[in-house]
Ligand binder design. Structure first.
Ligand code: SF4
Length: 100
């Protein structure tokens, strides 16, 4: 049996979101969108440490490396513990995957 929920798994690492409300639920991000987002597919990292999540995009076509949006986001404020934001997962962003 297979479903999109089953294909988005953490491979060989802890799930950062275990026991927490993940960003796609806090932001009410519909499955049609979050299923392709690297934050959903790479759960061993909090979303603010991932390049190219939907919310880091801007209309000028960057790859989603600007984390300034995270500093005022309820998700980071709730789960980020005030830690410095550093991108730790690169090359998995939506723009790269979709070749945009
Ligand atoms: S803005 Fe940043 S902290 Fe908020 S959901 Fe997006 S990636 Fe996560």
């Amino acid at each position: 049996m297979s479903s999109s929920k089953q294909t988005a798994r953490v491979v060989g690492a802890e799930d950062f979101w275990r026991g927490k409300t993940p960003c796609w639920e806090m932001c009410r991000c519909p499955e049609s969108i979050h299923a392709a987002c690297p934050a959903y597919r790479h759960r061993q990292y909090p979303c603010w440490e991932i390049e190219g999540t939907y919310c880091k995009w801007d209309e000028w076509g960057t790859l989603g490396r600007d984390t300034s949006v995270c500093l005022i986001c309820e998700v980071y404020l709730r789960w980020g513990e005030g830690k410095l934001i550093e991108l730790k997962l690169r090359g998995q962003g939506i723009k790269l995957l979709l070749n945009l």
